[in-house]
Design a protein around this ligand. Structure first.
Ligand code: SF4
Ligand code: SF4
Length: 308
């Protein structure tokens, strides 16, 4: 079993569209949408949900107004500015303290030191995760609640479930739509993966983001390939990106030409290789997949060495 994770330095590079096409081209795979802050692979793959679970990635404090003596200890101790003196009164005091659920970081200090034991502290539901069936195979994905954090934990959970399914059903490939950027969720998306495909665009920010992502993949020892989406928007920058990738020991998986059929496919909830297999973008993506499939096969026989 091999795990290929598709990542990008920022959102909006066409990463998810590419993953949807790779899912259509690959066989015997399980999909994992690890872009839990903005999961959208399900919009293209129209999954049927088989199992739905709550996700709890942390705890939170809540003051019980009836028990608060308004001593102010929690306000004094909270380092996250989550406590305000605007709670309702009770029989003893005209106003109590209140904790802002969004600002609370769940450290638990206030609950530990409250002299009245007026603060409840316990796990909260931060999101949901799903096991589903798509036309290309099983898919695990998740949705983090609004303003919720701990997406790194949720990403790890999604990957773990995808791995379990691949192992139980004897599938060959785990195809991961990774989180964009270089933060905790993307680290959780790539650690331990067999191969990373970095999707970028020929823009100055694309070049800058590529450098950051490449540092990350090298740090974690993940062999990485680069694909330049909408390459013909700026061919000289595209060449610069490919040159920079080569300097850093990365291989170029290919270029994808700008193609309006990609948007048409999205509107029809299809990947471009399904919607217009004869289109320029579909042709380019097939070539990229042929290269990656070869690398994955090779790796199955003999693990790749990473240049550090
Ligand atoms: S520490 Fe406890 S009793 Fe004191 S203000 Fe906070 S919640 Fe109220
Ligand atoms: S749990 Fe921590 S972050 Fe939340 S209100 Fe209490 S002290 Fe502040």
């Amino acid at each position: 079993m091999q795990e290929l994770v598709v990542i990008s330095g920022k959102g909006g590079t066409g990463k998810t569209s590419l993953v949807a096409s790779l899912a259509a081209l690959a066989e015997r795979l399980v999909l994992a949408d690890c872009d839990v802050d903005a999961a959208d692979l399900h919009l293209v793959l129209s999954p049927e949900i088989e199992r739905r679970e709550q996700f709890s990635g942390g705890s939170r404090a809540r003051i019980r107004p009836g028990h608060c003596s308004a001593c102010g200890k929690c306000l004094e101790l909270c380092r996250f500015g989550a406590v305000a003196f605007d709670g309702p009164g009770n029989g003893r005091v005209s106003k109590t303290y209140r904790i802002d659920a969004i600002a609370c970081e769940g450290c638990g200090v206030c609950a530990y030191f409250c002299p009245e034991e007026a603060i409840e502290f316990g796990p909260v539901v931060n999101g949901q995760w799903f096991i589903s069936t798509t036309r290309h195979g099983p898919m695990v994905y998740a949705r983090l609640g609004v303003a919720e954090e701990n997406s790194g934990k949720l990403v790890s959970l999604v990957r773990r479930e995808a791995k379990r399914i691949a192992s139980e059903r004897n599938l060959d490939l785990i195809l991961v739509d990774g989180s964009p950027g270089i933060g905790c969720p993307v680290i959780a998306s790539i650690t331990g993966a067999d191969l990373a495909l970095v999707v970028t665009e020929p823009t100055p920010s694309g070049l800058h983001d590529l450098n950051r992502v490449v540092k990350l993949t090298r740090h974690f020892g993940i062999p990485a390939w680069v694909a330049v989406n909408k390459c013909d928007l700026n061919l000289s920058l595209c060449e610069e990106i490919e040159g920079r990738a080569a300097e850093q020991g990365l291989s170029v998986a290919g270029r994808i030409r700008y193609d309006s059929t990609v948007t048409e496919a999205q509107i029809r909830a299809l990947s471009v290789v399904e919607h217009r297999p004869e289109s320029a973008a579909a042709e380019d993506i097939r070539q990229i997949w042929t290269r990656l499939e070869g690398v994955l096969r090779e790796r199955q026989r003999e693990p790749l060495r990473v240049i550090s």
